[in-house]
Design a binder for this molecule. Structure first.
Ligand SMILES: [Zn+2]
Length: 317
């Protein structure tokens, strides 16, 4: 052993015994809030990353249906009477050929508890200018505001934003907005801001069409006039991203007939939810949804007259 190496080792041993002799009792400051939440998994050869934008709170009155059924489902699901705290997630799919953002969160337009998607992307080491395409399930603010900066610019400067043509026709129509009740005019703000920010880079598609190899629109009209789910497929792995097919898991999985007041056409929303839940079970698809608890990916099983949700165990890769 050389002299310098012997010296180094004896310093190391001395340092170690100093540490052992002097335990630390330093108090750490409280963090006051949650850390940024991202969860990445493999889906076939794709990567799917859930990005938690934050949460919003819904009054229980948003649930529509038999009051006793709702009350019992809330109790069985362990939900406090009010308000219902609801996650807002976005999904980033890397197909290997394209980086696709599916829904964008609510920015700070819906209050201070959402709008963390940009910081979460930064934590992943992803810059918004790397995103090639943005697919939006529908033009409500908690899915679309996050695509636009507070100043009205593009959050994703190189992306094409794609939305079903029926949703753009409805939420982008000055005539429809003019005819809407005064207390619903605010629902058009997200669409107007996104259309102004992206111009001809906001493009429509036909419900049910394939948008890029491995990602297909699945029609889910009912929540809005052009509500689209997305089926992500790589090899035999399938993930059905449900958009706003459900809002309150503990209630609507067990009792899928319960709707929410934001459902544009209640009967269609109810019927389509039941059909899509059934499809996910029969075809053994993973499901993901914006308003499921982070990381918002799991499976449905049949249970009684409804369904049970089993969150996917977190996985590292
Ligand atoms: Zn929503």
């Amino acid at each position: 052993m050389t002299e310098s190496r012997r010296q180094f080792l004896s310093q190391l041993i001395a340092a170690g015994s100093a540490c052992a002799a002097t335990p630390l009792f330093a108090a750490a400051p409280l963090a006051a809030g949650m850390g940024l939440s991202v969860h990445r998994m493999k889906l076939g050869s794709f990567e799917v990353t859930t990005v938690l934008d934050g949460f919003i709170e819904l009054p229980t009155a948003v649930l529509q249906g038999d009051a006793d059924v709702i009350k019992r489902a809330m109790e069985a699901g362990g939900l406090a009477a009010a308000p219902i705290r609801t996650a807002v997630n976005c999904f980033l799919v890397n197909t290997g050929a394209k980086l696709v953002m599916i829904d964008c969160g609510g920015a700070k337009m819906l209050g201070p508890t959402a709008g963390r998607m940009p910081q979460a992307l930064a934590q992943l080491g992803i810059s918004p200018d790397q995103v090639d395409e943005v697919y939006v399930t529908h033009m409500h603010g908690d899915h679309l505001h996050g695509a636009v900066t507070p100043e009205g610019g593009k959050v994703f400067p190189n992306a094409v934003v794609r939305i079903a043509k029926e949703d753009v026709a409805y939420w982008g129509s000055p005539a429809v907005e003019a005819a809407a009740p005064e207390n619903q005019k605010g629902r058009f703000i997200a669409a107007k801001r996104a259309m102004a920010a992206y111009g001809d880079r906001l493009q429509t598609f036909e419900l049910g069409s394939e948008l890029t190899p491995g990602i297909r629109s699945v029609p889910a009209v009912g929540h809005t006039p052009g509500h689209s789910c997305y089926l992500v497929t790589s090899g035999t792995a399938k993930l059905l991203l449900l958009g706003d097919t459900m809002h309150v898991g503990p209630v609507q999985f067990a009792r899928p007939e319960i709707t929410v007041m934001f459902d544009f056409r209640q009967d269609d929303a109810r019927k389509r939810r039941q059909e899509l839940f059934e499809m996910a079970v029969n075809e053994d698809m993973l499901i993901g949804a914006v308003h499921l608890p982070f990381p918002a990916i799991g499976r449905l099983r049949k249970r009684d007259a409804g369904y049970a949700y089993e969150a996917l165990p977190w996985q590292m890769y």
